[in-house]
Design a protein around this ligand. Structure first.
Ligand code: ADP
Length: 488
């Protein structure tokens, strides 16, 4: 049984600039592949340099026109609320478009992604009039004010794993703070973003305020990052690309950037944890979206006394998952985004085994139109094993055992990444020690994963990122402060 018929889905064409779907003669057309079938389902126009220029200049004009930036913030919020309402209204179509083009199963998009996107937008809309700056404690004969102002045009670059949610992480706070935006979604999942931009215009947001250009990272993405009209760049994606973007921003700017990058997050399970519940949590945290989540809990660090029983339970959960297209009702393990990515996962798993890891289950690449990877558990003794060191971005869990708390914290610490961590224990002392000990931007105790508590900022330590998405911090990151001194 299918949720919908993929061939009935209307695909929006082109870029979205100045309130219109657009494509131009000098834009290159490229096939877009459906991850569930491995086949092309649409074509995408990669923007030429002129198209990028046009989008940026429209955004710049929108900002300079002042309609949005100088509108009373509460008024701005009303348009954003209206946009949220329209997204909810069109959720069935958006869910279809998102699941057709990405690895997100249709029902999950409806149950999770859409409510998350809408809630996140409302959260930032509510912040619009809550942060105006402050008065400084200056000399008595002066008034010192620290006021905040939008950057102007924000350049946003987003990945393919949660296309709509990642868009809203960037565009929600940018618009709420009074900026204009030029967004480039991933070339692998390009279509929901232009439709969301159209809904923004339908909601009454100025037509040229939020523009979307399509294209690859190395030309179109880079052209946005290096452009002098862009005041700040915000990005979610791999650590290597984040570093490339930061260097573009430095060489051609310098301009600031917020970067949410890769992870290799531990899930630490102590012997006193609720084994049944925790095994379910651990299994879900590495198989959700087929492990293609920056905060995937990809390293199980477990007390040696419960490792055997616990791993059996995790594998039992793995074995219940069913591969299938994102529009099939029975699918619980969606496709890997591309054949190339699936091969990369397979290659790291083989390398890891060659380096001494023991394969406890999975390890199979299944090509049935789309590419699927069976949930995999690798018992690893050596911290230097490639499956422990590298972000795999697939349903591959490594397992390392410990026999003391100190050893658990030591194993949890990763040489490169510090995005998130899970601690599972009934002992509050131990949980709070771990909370302080672990170098990660998010620590989850007796749970795992992000929630709808948008007040909680998210972002990484070490090479997992710079700055925060979501939370008040993400809103403030879209504003720059100005000091004003007035002599009496
Ligand atoms: P992946 O390798 O999984 O596609 P990336 O982190 O490379 O993930 O891509 C995330 C986003 O960054 C995509 O929209 C991509 O097009 C864009 N991108 C890739 N390289 C660059 C670059 N050098 N400059 C700007 N954007 C880029």
């Amino acid at each position: 049984m299918d949720w919908y018929n993929p061939s009935d889905t209307d695909i929006p064409k082109g870029h979205f600039i100045d309130g219109q779907f657009m494509s131009f003669n000098d834009d290159t057309a490229v096939d877009v592949i459906c991850p569930s079938t491995g086949k092309a389902y649409a074509q995408l126009n990669y923007a030429s340099a002129d198209t990028v220029e046009q989008a940026l200049s429209q955004a710049h004009q929108a900002f300079r026109a002042g309609t949005w930036a100088s509108m009373a913030p509460r008024e701005r919020a009303k348009y954003l609320f209206k946009w949220a309402e329209l997204i909810e209204k069109e959720q069935a179509y958006l869910a279809q478009l998102e699941s057709l083009g990405s690895s997100r199963p249709y029902h999950e998009v409806l149950q999770w992604d859409i409510p998350y996107v809408v809630d996140c937008l409302r959260f930032f809309a509510e912040l619009s009039d809550k942060h105006g700056g402050y008065v400084g404690a200056t000399q008595q004969n002066r008034l010192g004010m620290v006021i905040s102002q939008p950057y102007g045009v924000i350049g946003a670059i987003t990945p393919w794993n949660f296309p709509m949610s990642m868009l809203m992480w960037k565009v929600g706070p940018a618009l709420a703070a009074g900026n204009a935006v030029v967004l480039k979604p991933s070339e692998m999942t390009p279509f929901t973003s232009v439709y969301l931009a159209k809904l923004a215009v339908d909601a009454g947001i100025p037509a040229n305020l939020f523009n979307v250009v399509q294209g690859d990272g190395k030309t179109v993405g880079q052209a946005i990052c290096e452009h002098s009209l862009v005041g700040k760049v915000t990005f979610t994606g791999s650590t290597a690309t984040g570093a490339a973007i930061m260097s573009t921003c430095a060489i051609k700017g310098p301009k600031p950037s917020t970067l949410e990058l890769g992870g290799k997050s531990p899930q630490i399970v102590f012997a006193d944890a609720d084994i049944e519940k925790t095994a379910r949590t651990v299994a879900k945290a590495i198989t959700g979206n087929a492990g293609q989540v920056c905060v995937s809990g990809s390293r199980l660090i477990i007390h040696q006394d419960i490792a055997e029983e616990f791993s059996q339970q995790v594998m039992a959960h793995f074995s219940q998952l069913k591969t299938g297209s994102t529009w099939e009702k029975q699918t619980t393990l969606p496709p890997v985004i591309s054949a190339g990515q699936a091969q990369r996962i397979e290659s790291i798993v083989s390398q890891s085994i060659a380096q001494g890891a023991e394969l406890l289950c999975g390890g199979d690449l299944i090509s049935q139109g789309g590419s699927f990877f069976t949930p995999t558990l690798l018992a690893v003794k050596d911290k230097a094993n490639c499956a422990v060191r590298e972000e795999i971005f697939g349903p591959v869990l490594t397992m390392q055992t410990f026999d003391s708390d100190e050893q658990a914290w030591e194993l949890a610490s990763h040489e490169t990444y510090g995005l998130a961590a899970g601690i599972h224990t009934q002992n509050i002392q131990r949980a709070l020690t771990g909370m302080r000990e672990i170098e990660a931007g998010s620590v989850w105790i007796n749970r795992y994963g992000r929630s709808f508590d948008h007040i909680m900022p998210t972002g990484g330590f070490k090479q997992s990122g710079i700055g925060k998405d979501v939370g008040v911090e993400a809103f403030q990151a879209n504003l720059k402060t100005k000091s004003v001194l007035i002599d009496f």
